[in-house]
Design a protein around this ligand. Structure first.
Ligand code: HEM
Ligand code: HEM
Length: 134
């Protein structure tokens, strides 16, 4: 799932900085919380997941990685949508905020289990070993 995580991370980065720029231009910072989390939970954290999963293919290709990927990427946009509504003073999507931050944390728990089970120095991506020997 490594490269998929990296692609989505890049997309979240674009959305995050686009949002920051828009907030600055229109002089309305109410969505700051969503902007901060899109950049940090979207771009920064997903970029790290991607890098770890590319570096450690055993972790990146495990079933845990698939559940981690899908739970994370279903919950994050719905969490951000609910949060954005709330920050703008509209409470009609509170249900999203009652459910999806929990699903996101569940995805992170799967990530942690995956790292502990499948990230081992001996399994680091083969091409890195090759480069080292060259
Ligand atoms: C073009 C790029 C960006 C622009 C124009 C921008 C703009 C903004 C603006 C206007 C705020 C609200 C500040 C306030 O009301 O106090 C903000 C807050 C924030 N931004 Fe950005 N941002 C950009 C990129 C990023 C990136 C790349 C990250 C993280 C990787 C980031 C993380 C944050 C965080 C964490 C906050 C909340 C800060 C706090 O708690 O006071 N931003 N940004
Ligand atoms: C399920 C995951 C998460 C939840 C439910 C969550 C929730 C929150 C809450 C309730 C606040 C306080 C907002 C306020 O007082 O207005 C906050 C702020 C913040 N969080 Fe998170 N957070 C999560 C994950 C993360 C992660 C993974 C990062 C960084 C990688 C992060 C970075 C920040 C930062 C920088 C702030 C201060 C900026 C702001 O007020 O928006 N959060 N978060």
């Amino acid at each position: 799932m490594g490269t998929l995580f990296l692609k989505l991370a890049a997309l979240y980065f674009l959305i995050g900085v686009g949002m920051g720029l828009t907030m600055e231009i229109i002089g309305d910072h109410r969505l700051m919380g969503a902007h901060a989390h899109i950049n940090l939970v979207g771009w920064a954290s997903m970029g790290l997941f991607g890098a770890i999963y590319v570096l450690f293919p055993k972790a990146g290709e495990s079933t845990l990685a698939k559940y981690h990927f899908w739970l994370y990427n279903i919950s994050l946009p719905l969490f951000m949508l609910g949060l954005s509504f709330l920050l703008l003073g509209n409470e009609s999507l509170m249900l999203l905020l009652q459910i999806f931050p929990n699903v996101l944390v569940l995805a992170v728990i799967l990530f942690v289990i995956n790292v502990f089970q499948n990230v081992k120095a001996a399994d680091v991506a083969r091409h890195l070993h090759r480069d080292k020997g060259a």
